[in-house]
Design a protein around this ligand. Structure first.
Ligand code: ADP
Ligand code: ADP
Ligand code: ZN
Length: 217
């Protein structure tokens, strides 16, 4: 199965991808996570991407398309994958279509997670992750069961993203509305778009996604 989670920054794509990937045997492919890893490792891609990311601007299509094209060749993607944060522009969507055609693969569904802009600001400014295993949390909405200890791996170190501040949020939302939202009618025409209510609580969103995935299986 090949599924895209499409939604604005902070909509809950990463949270849901982490929850559903194991259940459905899909690998989460997050271009944001891959780019942050490249920045941390100081690779050529990371050096090119860093300034764009910190300013809340999209990285070039060439960079992210290259990352995804390489990644889907790996063995663990054979069972299917869940794209989180890609595609984000018309050019990326076309590049993905070409990659899938070339490999004789079908896009099964594009799940649009609809969330109001005001809620996105709260979600992004409260977001943090485990420094060891990358499990996502939120100051108010999703705290670890034991204060300061990761549920998943027991680590007591947590990170906040450099770009998760009020200044970049408006630029990221603008990019979403201008460049990514136009993909919705594109996928609607292809008959693969499924829209869900991303304002529901985390488990409520998961069950809507499970319903969509169940209807495809
Ligand atoms: P995205 O990957 O779409 O940018 P995340 O999955 O990182 O978004 O979620 C952003 C923040 O909002 C995280 O701190 C997460 O814990 C929280 N969050 C995710 N889904 C929900 C939800 N349905 N309700 C409330 N908070 C949520
Ligand atoms: P969020 O879901 O909160 O916007 P991501 O982790 O998906 O965050 O992305 C973080 C940053 O990485 C983006 O603001 C952008 O600079 C870059 N990025 C991630 N995916 C893409 C993409 N498909 N195209 C261009 N830039 C991207
Ligand atoms: Zn952890």
């Amino acid at each position: 199965m090949i599924v895209i989670l499409l939604g604005p920054p902070g909509a809950g794509k990463g949270t849901q991808a982490q929850k559903i990937q194991t259940a459905h045997g899909l690998v989460q492919l997050s271009t944001g996570d891959m780019l942050r890893a490249a920045v941390a490792a100081g690779t050529e891609v990371g050096k090119k991407a860093k300034d764009f990311m910190e300013a809340g601007k999209l990285v070039t299509d060439e960079i992210v398309v290259g990352i995804i094209a390489d990644r889907i060749e790996e063995d663990d993607c054979k069972q299917g994958f869940l794209l989180d944060g890609f595609p984000r522009t018309a050019q990326q969507a076309e590049a993905l279509d070409n990659m899938l055609n070339h490999k004789n693969l079908n896009l099964d569904a594009v799940i649009e997670m609809k969330v109001d802009d005001e809620a996105l600001v709260d979600r992004i400014t409260g977001r943090y992750t485990c420094a060891n295993c990358n499990q996502g949390y939120h100051e108010v909405n999703l705290k670890p069961k034991v204060d300061g200890v990761c549920d998943n791996c027991g680590s007591t170190n947590f990170n906040r993203r450099a770009d998760d501040n009020r200044e970049t949020v408006s630029s990221r939302l603008e990019s979403y509305h201008a460049q990514t939202a136009p993909l919705l009618p594109y996928y609607e025409t292809k008959g693969v778009l499924k829209t869900i209510d991303g304002m529901a609580d985390i488990d409520g969103v998961t069950s809507q996604i499970n319903d969509v995935l169940g209807s495809l299986a």
